[in-house]
Design a protein around this ligand. Structure first.
Ligand code: SAM
Length: 195
């Protein structure tokens, strides 16, 4: 399924499609320009009032871009299913209700494409956010991480994600990584599944 000119994010979306059920609650931990939020919304939306996408970003412009994309591309009756918060993803537990099982938590790390490249995810907060994600996730759920290793600090952040994944108990978790072989600076994917 990785054949052709697929981007790493499209590969992640294909995996999500096999995990998410209509009516699920999911989290986009890095909304950016909203493409992942929109993909998540399309997978959870089922015409009922169930299901939510909780989206976070630390940049107002990212949340504005996400809202704009949703309003342009998704039917109005579905806009309400997305709850956007201007908040660091390490604090996702502040906004996701404790009693709702979360099926998928998506991270697309790095900086906002077309935005300020110095506002970027950092290994320390990424680690806290992954820990928060592991507490929120339901059994059978997925933490999906796209990491860009080509920019300064990217390789270190990838190592942080790997160290988080490899530190989880094998009784309850399994994790997988996909690395770009054709380009040494290409993105990597890490999928962390809760058994
Ligand atoms: N998912 C996005 C999309 O589909 O367009 C792309 C995300 S972009 C690569 C990374 C985003 O992470 C940026 O918008 C950036 O502002 C955001 N970010 C950086 N640090 C963050 C943090 N601590 N908490 C939440 N978002 C953060």
């Amino acid at each position: 399924f990785i054949a052709g000119k697929r981007k790493a994010t499209e590969v992640a979306h294909l995996i999500w499609k096999n995990i998410i059920l209509r009516g699920d609650t999911v989290v986009d931990a890095t909304c950016g320009n909203g493409y992942d939020t929109m993909a998540l919304l399309k997978l959870i939306a089922d015409g009922s009032t169930r299901g939510r996408v909780y989206g976070l970003d630390i940049q107002k412009s990212a949340l504005e871009n996400t809202s704009y994309l949703l309003r342009e591309s998704v039917d109005e009756d579905r806009w309400d299913l997305v709850k956007l918060s201007l908040l660091c993803h390490s604090r996702m537990e502040d906004i996701v209700p404790k009693d709702i099982p979360v099926r998928l938590i998506a991270f697309n790390l790095g900086y906002l494409p077309g935005g300020n490249k110095t506002i970027i995810t950092k290994p320390h907060t990424t680690m806290s956010a992954l820990q928060a994600a592991s507490r929120l996730l339901m059994s059978g759920g997925l933490i999906s991480v796209v990491v860009y290793v080509g920019h300064s600090g990217g390789r270190e952040e990838f190592e942080t994600v790997l160290s988080f994944a490899s530190g989880l108990s094998v009784e309850s978790w399994s994790s997988f990584k996909f690395e770009t072989v054709s380009r040494p600076s290409g993105p990597a994917l890490v999928f962390i599944l809760k058994k």
